[in-house]
Design a protein around this ligand. Sequence first.
Ligand SMILES: [Fe+2]
Length: 273
Amino acid sequence: MGLGLRAEFAEALLALGPEASGVRWLEVSPENVTGRGGHSVKTFRACAERWPVVTHGLSVNLGGTDPLDASYLASLAEFVREVGSPWHSEHVCFSAVGARELLDLLPIPFTCESLDNTRRRARLVRQALPVPFAVENISWYAQPGARELSEVEFLRELVLGEDLGLLLDVNNVYVNARNHGFDAWDMLSRLPLERVVQLHVAGHRVERLGFRIDTHGEPVCDEVFALLRRTLERVGPVPVLLERDHDIPPLEVLLAEVSRLSKLYQDVCGGAP
Ligand SMILES: [Fe+2]
């Protein structure tokens, strides 16, 4: 079972180590390490010596229209190579205009034009990286413009057409399904599951009238646990990562959730998560 590394608990996790914590690998966003000096980089390096690291980016902006930043891609490739990540992932989203980061993962229009744009950019990112490139489905609350493709069609064309891996976020599928009134398993099972390299689970908040906000700030709910079980039964033993980015509880609370996920994984897949 993997855990997204956060500065809030990195030192406490390091003090416990892989065996005592039950955390087998770490997911790291390069943006949270590069460009930061001193203490956090030192802690990250110490963690990277003890755990396998998988990189997960936040700022390539696959759905954007400004040219991709070649120097950023080169530094990303260097970081990925340096930490020995087996693949690198980014979100299928739009996240910047010019030099301005929107600080959110916004949905790409599900149109043929935007699919072509996203495919072209994903191809360039894949070619720039020293390891396989995977893309992650996001949670979204509205769709810009008239839709020409379903989300599944968009993701299938992108992943299969550009020879990408799929980082399947089970919580994002569930949140979208509940908010937009479709069946989560129906959507999930029509994705190119043979391309899944990794799964994400996280917690979300339920608002008034039942609307769901993907906060990464709550425990994983029972419905997402059930969907994860069904997904693992279908895709087999792929690595699972717990994301917790807000309202981070004491480490022991987080590790209890990792332990619950590990038990589910072992129950379904057998061996070590
Ligand atoms: Fe995710």
